[in-house]
Design a protein around this ligand. Structure first.
Ligand code: SF4
Length: 326
């Protein structure tokens, strides 16, 4: 089959977008002459403007609006999310070919169905997306490329947000998914102070508008000055700021994956999530975790005493960060 117009339905979370970039590139490699467009939720759609393999990006506006917008415009829809809802617009729009995992009761909406291989458990999510493409009969690369190159204008936005020259280290104390993924704010403050004192770095706190009070509490607890960028950046400016960091100390989150994709070293504290599946991709990153018996539980909120995070000391994270900076 030689489709000339391909629609990729993007994942809904920034981290998943990054981890699926290798599969978008595999699609481009397999169909070099096709027009390749991405349909994505508005909060992640901007990211695809930094992916040169993508010809155009559409912001999703809901099932019916998406179906109307894509009717007659594509030969194939490739679904990266697992949900029933993500398969509905191409089905309703009559896109002739609809490919994806047969998950969430949506197999009948698809024309090519992949099964989730059991062997993927405990492997990076990068391979989950790759296995879907292989499962619908496409050739995939041995080493998916999930890197991001920061566009010059995004880098300039990042410089503007940071306001002065570095060296900068970032702290990312939030996690949109839920509080179980969040390491303790006072320990972030202690790590920030230790790095400022020992390595002379400047500290920027990144995150969303909802995390601004969290950023403020960390800045207030630190002795060294800290720049609270939570809620102050667009996604483009956040990518630009991350690209200028020497290091990001972070929870398992979207900014963690963005930094890793940009080639910025990461020190990541892992608790309830499976570090084998969602670890930052690339070389030189450090994971700090405590092997408690209940992890990985994948819960949003901890039902017990949050031991997976509480047992990770500020000393351990600071040592990992100092090593990374060295
Ligand atoms: S149940 Fe265990 S792994 Fe899950 S958040 Fe609580 S302490 Fe962490």
């Amino acid at each position: 089959m030689r489709p000339s117009r391909i629609l990729v339905r993007a994942p809904n979370w920034v981290g998943d977008v990054v981890l699926s970039l290798g599969s978008v590139r595999d699609l481009r490699r397999r169909f070099p002459d096709a027009r390749l467009e991405v349909l994505a939720r508005p909060h992640v759609s901007e990211l695809y403007r930094a992916v040169r393999e993508v010809d155009a990006v559409r912001a999703s506006a809901g099932v019916r609006a998406d179906a109307a917008a894509i009717r007659g415009a594509f030969d194939v829809a490739v679904l990266l999310p697992n949900s029933f809802a993500s398969a509905l617009p191409p089905f309703l729009a009559g896109v002739p070919e609809r490919w994806g995992y047969a998950t969430d009761g949506r197999g009948w909406l698809l024309t090519r169905r992949a099964r989730v291989p059991a062997a993927l458990r405990g492997r990076s999510e990068v391979y989950y997306y790759r296995a879907m493409l292989a499962g619908v009969g496409l050739t995939v690369s041995a080493a998916p490329d999930c890197t991001l190159a920061c566009p010059a204008e995004w880098s300039a936005l990042g410089a503007e947000a940071l306001g002065e020259d570095g060296p900068w280290v970032g702290l990312n104390p939030g996690a949109f998914y839920g509080s179980a993924k969040r390491w303790m704010p006072e320990r972030y403050a202690a790590v920030g102070d230790r790095l400022a004192r020992r390595r002379g770095v400047k500290v920027a706190i990144v995150g969303s508008a909802a995390e601004r009070p969290l950023g403020e509490s960390i800045a207030a607890a630190m002795q060294a000055p800290a720049l609270n960028l939570c809620g102050e950046t667009t996604l483009a400016a956040l990518v630009g700021a991350l690209s200028r960091l020497r290091l990001l100390v972070t929870n398992d989150s979207g900014p963690m994956h963005l930094a890793a994709a940009l080639g910025v070293p990461v020190v990541a504290v892992f608790g309830p999530t499976d570090w084998r599946e969602t670890a930052p991709v690339g070389e030189g990153h450090r994971l700090v975790r405590e092997p408690v018996e209940c992890a990985p539980c994948r819960l949003r909120e901890c039902p017990i005493d949050h031991r997976c995070m509480r047992r990770v000391t500020a000393d351990r994270v600071a040592e990992a960060a100092l090593e990374a900076l060295a």
